[in-house]
Design a protein around this ligand. Structure first.
Ligand code: PLP
Ligand code: ZN
Length: 419
């Protein structure tokens, strides 16, 4: 049973039937799914949710699609890990890491695609498509393969090998476009008017975007039906960041948790920081940028939900930060070395920005914080391959190993002494 009721314009409030459309005919505002919250309130309790499947389908009543059309390759209900060693390193008392690297195509995009493909099948589409910075392409290709659907994924032509192969392996029609993500997106917007495909982040975007709310639902459930004091999450279009907060608010609206008072802070790379820059300039109107950063997954220069992300920072007393390429690499290494989690560059951005927000005192030491780690590190090996310690190389003989180990330890002591 789903409780989606209509599409509603975020700007003027006009309502539309649940069709594959995404912007208001009157004011061009973005459309968002409206729900029958009384119906959801009557249908779910903490107990019914707790008994559900260990995937995002445990929140089926909150999703804008008929679960009969789902393509379930095991997305969601990922670990929320108490990160004491990272907490100590950044200067917090209590820190949790939401580890969304372990989804089927190794990023949180499996959440949005799970909802988009179910809704697309419900609409009768037989082909899926998307404009992507990499992770979305991986996920759309994977889910389409599992559903036996045609698939067309469009990416910029400068992506990491892990992202390219990570799509191609599922055998979609993979299109590398000369230009940035913003060029890819413009092309796909035009193509969506010509081809009868479900472009997950264009004509079915209102449904697709709702999938990210499940990150908010899961964190609230996993914390024992409550919300944290502070959230730090990465921002590209700004959609994920706004939907985590929407998830918290909806859980309250249907009576599952107390009113959330979470401060929501966003993370971007310095080389593509339209939202964080606008935050620092204290304006809700960002200026589009031409991206230049190793965090390619976050390289959206003209973010569709940038305005709403900025408004949310204002409303929740949250903030934003940005990280240089070197800080992103350090963030990836710090998370790996303290918590055993290998994140892609977006995770490095999140950890680096978390560190800055704590160091500046914006996040207080006693604020219980959740950091969202949204994609896996094997996808962006290029970012760290030159930054790892050289392995010991030895013949298969014990004494040669002992020599090499002693030499390494002496070098380490020497390096420490020389500081
Ligand atoms: C790993 C990862 N994290 C976060 C994001 C941000 O997503 P959004 O566009 O919803 O802000 C992306 C977007 O592609 C991503 O790939
Ligand atoms: Zn409108």
């Amino acid at each position: 049973m789903s409780f989606d009721r209509a599409l509603r314009c975020r700007e003027c409030g006009r309502e539309y039937p649940l069709n594959p459309i995404y912007s208001c005919e009157f004011c061009f505002g973005p459309l968002e799914v409206a729900y029958d919250y009384d119906g959801i309130r009557d249908a779910v309790t903490r107990e019914t949710i707790s008994r559900g499947p260990k995937t995002l389908w445990r929140y089926a009543e909150f999703l804008p699609c008929d679960p009969a059309y789902k393509v379930d390759i095991g997305t969601g209900y990922t670990p929320l890990i108490r990160a004491d060693r990272l907490a100590k390193a950044v200067g917090l008392d209590t820190l949790w890491v939401k580890n969304d690297t372990v989804n089927p195509s190794w990023s949180f995009k499996d959440r949005v695609v799970s909802v988009a493909i179910a809704r697309a099948r419900q609409f009768g589409f037989t082909a899926m498509a998307c404009a992507s910075t990499g992770n979305l392409a991986n996920s759309v290709a994977a889910h389409s393969a599992a559903a036996g659907m045609e698939c067309f994924v469009f990416i910029p032509n400068d992506l990491e090998q892990g992202k390219v192969v990570g799509s191609a392996i599922y055998r979609p029609t993979l299109v590398m476009v000369e230009g940035s993500y913003d060029d890819v997106n413009r092309l796909c917007s035009e193509l969506s008017a010509q081809y009868p495909w479900a472009f997950v982040n264009i004509n079915v975007r209102p449904y697709y975007a709702e999938g990210s709310r499940t990150l908010g639902f899961e964190v609230a459930e996993q914390l024992g039906w409550r919300t944290p004091d502070h959230v730090v999450a990465p921002m590209a279009s700004g959609s994920l960041f706004t939907k985590i907060w929407k998830g918290f608010q909806e859980f309250h609206k249907v009576g599952l948790i107390d009113e959330p008072h979470t401060r929501m802070s966003g993370a971007q790379a310095l080389g593509c920081s339209p939202i964080s820059t606008a935050y620092e300039a204290r304006t809700l109107n960002f200026v589009p940028q031409k991206p230049n950063t190793i965090a390619r997954s976050l390289a959206i220069g003209n973010p569709a939900d940038g305005y709403y992300a900025l408004k949310q920072m204002q409303e929740t007393n949250g903030g934003a930060a940005m990280a240089t390429d070197a800080e992103i690499v350090d963030g990836i290494k710090l998370l790996a070395e303290t918590e055993g989690i290998f994140a892609e560059t977006a995770g490095g951005v999140t950890v680096a920005c978390l560190k800055k927000l704590v160091a500046s005192g914006f996040i207080r030491r006693d604020e219980e914080t959740v950091a969202f780690i949204t994609g896996a590190g094997l996808k962006t090996l290029e970012a760290v391959v030159d930054e790892i310690e050289e392995p010991l190389r030895v013949p298969a003989r014990t004494e040669r190993f002992a020599e090499a180990l002693a030499a390494r330890q002496a070098a380490l002591v020497g390096a420490a002494g020389g500081r």
